[in-house]
Structures are given as structure tokens and as C-alpha cells.
Ligand binder design. Structure first.
Ligand SMILES: Nc1ncnc2c1ncn2[C@@H]1O[C@H](COP(=O)(O)OP(=O)(O)OP(=O)(O)O)[C@@H](O)[C@H]1O
Length: 329
């Protein structure tokens, strides 16, 4: 099922996730996230470890643990009530039968943990094909081979077990599984963890190749080079909030990021200034009322004691503008 014409594949509004902890405490893992994902688009969600990226992905798949409380909406295949399914309120039966694999394909962080260790790749592809597409023998074998080829997984390796695969091939096997249902939304949660640079590039190029007229990719990563390589837009998360959303060309080129945290992220890259952002992110159980980045920000002043809204794509009371800073390399 694809999005209606002119509709986003995914429309996230005010999505918040917080975890109930012992003693009445709460961890706010995602706060008021809002973004759309258009057909044919790749949105990279970037940010430091622990900022809430994976929790957001789990919310979209209905895979949050029992101590999670959610608010807002995440409409799949429509918005404004026009045929969209709200992933936050859908029941488990709907999610299991019609969403996971069929409308949202997950490319996991760790294929080694995602693939069943005691079954060959062929058997896992065939099972997923049976389940999602209804293909039966004798068509199953050629269908599994076609599914492998689609993700550039060598057919000659189909009878191998996951532990017999390199990291790159395991990732391709996981991608092949994710593509079987032809889901309009591909959700890749840190799909390049543990891969070397060349394999990272190959993996994200591969994922990008599957973003077509009807399909969008949400790429969750802390690898800014990977985001730069394939994303159309970049959403930067800090301490549970999306603090900037920008076109990738603007973000990585000129004028560059406008939020001080996002600029700090880029400046920390070895190929840029290699300067770490001072300090640490706040505890998600004790977020300040105002800007969560203020304690680490050289430009903070009294206005930062109030929380900035995400206006014009940036949540900062005084975002850096092109007029203030020279374009970056
Ligand atoms: N079940 C839970 N109960 C309480 N806190 C949780 C739970 N699951 C996740 N968290 C917290 O939510 C926060 C966000 O975690 P998340 O895994 O989304 O971060 P991330 O940005 O994906 O980081 P990484 O890149 O390391 O995966 C973390 O502080 C984490 O400890």
C-alpha cells in the first residue's frame, strides 16, 4: 500500500516517548518530534548516542517496551486523517499483520542479531517470502534468488549460515529481507554499525538505490558522512528533540547547519576542525525547561532559559545564519 498522491509516506506530529521509571521518575527519550517523509525521499536522522534516535524508530514499529508512554501521532500513508494509519495507536495485530515488513521494512542495526543463526539465508528469505507475498513452491526458490539479487547478495552464498557471512554480506541479507514486502517506508536503524568506510558507503548506496517513486527511507545514523552521501534532508536530534531539519545540500555545504549543536557536530569531524563539543548532554530524566544545549553553547544567553520552537527548521533563539558566518568547505 502506497501513500495517496501528494501525501507523505510518513507524517510525524508531536511524537513524544517517555519511559516510566521506578519512584515516579521519567526518561524523556523523544520529545515533540515532527517531520514528514515524502515518497522518493531519504531523510537522515542524526545525533549523538543516547539522543533518542532508536526509541523513535521503535515507536514507528510499535516495538516500545511496556514502560513507554507515547503522545502525538505518526501517520503512515497519509496525513490529516486521509487514509493514514497511526502507528502510535495501532493495535499489535494490525502492526504485526499489516505494518511490519509490509508497510515498514526494517533494516536493522545488527544483522548478526537480526538473522536467525541456525538457519541459512535461503531458508530465511523463503520463509519471509511465504509470509509476506504468499509465494509457494516451486516458485519459492527462484523468488528467494531474485530477492537476494535485489540486495546484491550473491546467490552462491544463499546456503550459508549467518556466522559464515562477512559483516557486509550479513547486512545485505538483512536488507534483502527488509525489501521483500515492498514496503513504502524503509527504516534503517544504524545499518552501518561496525562496517568499515568502504562497506558503509556501499551499504548506504544500496539502501538509497531502493528509494523509488513510491518508497522513502528514514536513515538513522550517527555517521554524518553516510548521511551526506545519500540523504536529501537531515534531521538533527539532541537530548530527545529534533533541533534542526535542513536540506542535506545546505546542511553539509553552504550555508551549513544553523543550530549551534549541529555546527558542533560537523566541527567535531576529523576532516573538519576535529574540535569536540565541550561538556556532556543532559540526563534525559532531568531535561532543563529551556534549551537543552544551552549549558554547552558559547552563544547562550538569558533567552535560552525558555525552550526554542522549531521554527524555519531550527530550534534556537539565535541560529547562525549565512550572513554571520562564511560558507564552509
Ligand atoms: N526501556 C527503557 N527504559 C528507560 N530508558 C530507556 C529505555 N529504552 C531506552 N531508554 C533511554 O532512552 C534514551 C534514548 O535511547 P536511544 O537508544 O534511542 O538512543 P540513540 O540515539 O539511538 O543512541 P545509539 O546511537 O547509541 O543507539 C537513552 O537515554 C536510553 O537509555
Amino acid at each position: 500500500m502506497t501513500a495517496a498522491p501528494g501525501q507523505p509516506v510518513l507524517s510525524v506530529r508531536g511524537l513524544s516517548v517517555r519511559f516510566r521509571m521506578r519512584g515516579g521518575a521519567h526518561v524523556s527519550a523523544v520529545t515533540d518530534a515532527r517531520f514528514d517523509l515524502a515518497p522518493g525521499e531519504c531523510l537522515a536522522l542524526v545525533g549523538e548516542s543516547g539522543c533518542g534516535k532508536s526509541v523513535l524508530a521503535s515507536a514507528l514499529l510499535g516495538l516500545l517496551p511496556g514502560n513507554a508512554e507515547t503522545a502525538g501521532s505518526a501517520l503512515l500513508g497519509g496525513s490529516g486523517g486521509q487514509g493514514g494509519l497511526d502507528l502510535l495507536t495501532a493495535d499489535e495485530r494490525t502492526l504485526a499483520r499489516t505494518v511490519r515488513g509490509r508497510r515498514v521494512g526494517l533494516v536493522p542495526q545488527s544483522p548478526a542479531a537480526h538473522l536467525t543463526p541456525v538457519r541459512t539465508v535461503r531458508s530465511q528469505l523463503e520463509e519471509t517470502l511465504r509470509e509476506l507475498t504468499g509465494v509457494r513452491r516451486p516458485a519459492l526458490r527462484p523468488a528467494a534468488e531474485a530477492a537476494a539479487e535485489r540486495a546484491s547478495f550473491p546467490v552462491s552464498h544463499l546456503d550459508r549460515y549467518p556466522h559464515q557471512l562477512s559483516g557486509g554480506l550479513a547486512q545485505r541479507a538483512a536488507t534483502a529481507l527488509a525489501l521483500i514486502g515492498d514496503a513504502p517506508l524503509l527504516l534503517a536503524d544504524e545499518p552501518t554499525t561496525g562496517l568499515d568506510r568502504e562497506l558503509v558507503d556501499r551499504t548506504v548506496d544500496e539502501l538509497r538505490r531502493h528509494v523509488g517513486d513510491d518508497r522513502a527511507l528514514l536513515l538513522i545514523t550517527h555517521d554524518l558522512a553516510a548521511a551526506r552521501r545519500v540523504a536529501d534532508r537531515v534531521a538533527v536530534m539532541y537530548a530527545s528533540r529534533v533541533v534542526e531539519i535542513a536540506a542535506a545540500a545546505d546542511f553539509f555545504g553552504a550555508p551549513g547547519p544553523r543550530h549551534p549543536y549541529a555546527r558542533g557536530l560537523l566541527d567535531a569531524l576529523p576532516e573538519r576542525e576535529f574540535t569536540p563539543i565541550p561538556g556532556m548532554p543532559p540526563e534525559l530524566s532531568a531535561l532543563p525547561d529551556g534549551c537543552a544545549f544551552a549549558a554547552r553553547c558559547a552563544g547562550a544567553d538569558e533567552t535560552c532559559a525558555t525552550r526554542p520552537a522549531l521554527t524555519s527548521g531550527v530550534a534556537c533563539h539565535h541560529p547562525v545564519t549565512a550572513a554571520l558566518e562564511a560558507p564552509r568547505a
